[in-house]
Ligand binder design. Structure first.
Ligand SMILES: Nc1ncnc2c1ncn2[C@@H]1O[C@H](COP(=O)(O)OP(=O)(O)OP(=O)(O)O)[C@@H](O)[C@H]1O
Length: 276
């Protein structure tokens, strides 16, 4: 356990720096502001600025798409949010109190930020049901003493998730037998079983059929409101279906932001991305 976590766990809230509300079990505080706040973030690799004074705010319950040309900094931005990459300078907050630049990757995941990478990673030899069961967030001590009750609750939660991710009829199938799109849904379901408040999704519909893409858009729209979502995507039809605000990244900064129809008309966006 890190020193800071140890301090938080010992109840030393006064001296614990900002950033430990969730670790202390109090949840992310969004009472007066956005769920994600990035301000003036710069990340350099050997002098090259992958992020250049990036400022971005995501509201609670928002569904935001991030688009932009290759090398614009989209992945680096996700890496900063999840603690994989430390910014050289700038501010990154989850809610009002959780300073992401001071937490490790596991601490950030525990705080309520879930990330889905482009390639699906499910446990192929296990069934769809077992994959969701494994991913479920449970209190092991409580499960020991209240086994029967929690088991039925757990089954209900898994059944709800199966319906939500369009896999209700595939519960007993091995994950390895699913189509690419179904594997992606299963992994999204596994992420949701962890009850994240903010979901980061990297090109979730790459390689999906048109039907799977449309179903995925429906799923994300249904998650917005109760979750906040940041979706990096190149598929403009999908982005249009999601219907949220779009941020265009270019050379590590925000080039444009607004409804898709608006950014599509922006000459600078056409020049660097859409018009190619
Ligand atoms: N670890 C690293 N070392 C050096 N350069 C890096 C590293 N990670 C990213 N870069 C560079 O930073 C820039 C931004 O990369 P990033 O992967 O964030 O872009 P992206 O918008 O996600 O692109 P894509 O759409 O191709 O995934 C690129 O020029 C990339 O080569």
């Amino acid at each position: 356990m890190s020193e800071l976590l140890a301090r938080a766990a010992s109840g030393d809230r006064e001296s614990a720096p900002v950033g430990y509300a969730r670790v202390l079990g109090e949840g992310v505080d969004t009472s007066h502001g956005p769920i994600l706040y990035l301000d003036d973030i710069t990340v350099s690799f050997d002098g090259f600025r992958a992020l250049n004074k990036l400022t971005l705010t995501i509201d609670v319950g928002e569904l935001r798409c991030i688009i932009g040309p290759n090398g614009a900094g989209k992945t680096t931005m996700m890496d900063v949010i999840t603690g994989k990459t430390r910014p050289d300078s700038g501010t990154a907050f989850f809610g009002q109190t959780i300073d992401l630049t001071r937490l490790s990757e596991p601490e950030i995941a525990t705080a309520g930020i879930g990330r889905k990478f482009q390639k699906p990673t499910v446990f192929e030899p296990l069934s769809v049901f077992e994959n969701l069961e494994l991913a479920m967030k449970t209190d092991k001590r409580a499960r020991h003493s209240l086994r029967a009750k929690l088991n039925s609750e757990a089954r209900d939660r898994i059944a709800e998730m199966l319906a939500r991710i369009n896999l209700f009829d595939s519960a007993a199938r091995l994950a390895g037998e699913l189509s690419h799109g179904q594997k992606q849904w299963l992994e999204i379901g596994m992420l949701l079983m962890q009850e994240p408040q903010l979901l980061l999704l990297d090109e979730p519909v790459a390689g999906m059929t048109d039907h799977e893409t449309a179903k995925t858009a429906e799923l994300f729209v249904s998650l917005a409101g109760s979750h906040s979502l940041v979706v990096v995507e190149h598929d403009m039809d999908f982005v249009e279906r999601l219907g949220g605000k779009v941020t265009v990244l270019h050379e590590g900064s925000v080039l444009a932001e607004g409804p898709l129809a608006e950014v599509q008309q922006d000459e600078r966006v056409i020049e660097v991305y859409l018009g190619r």
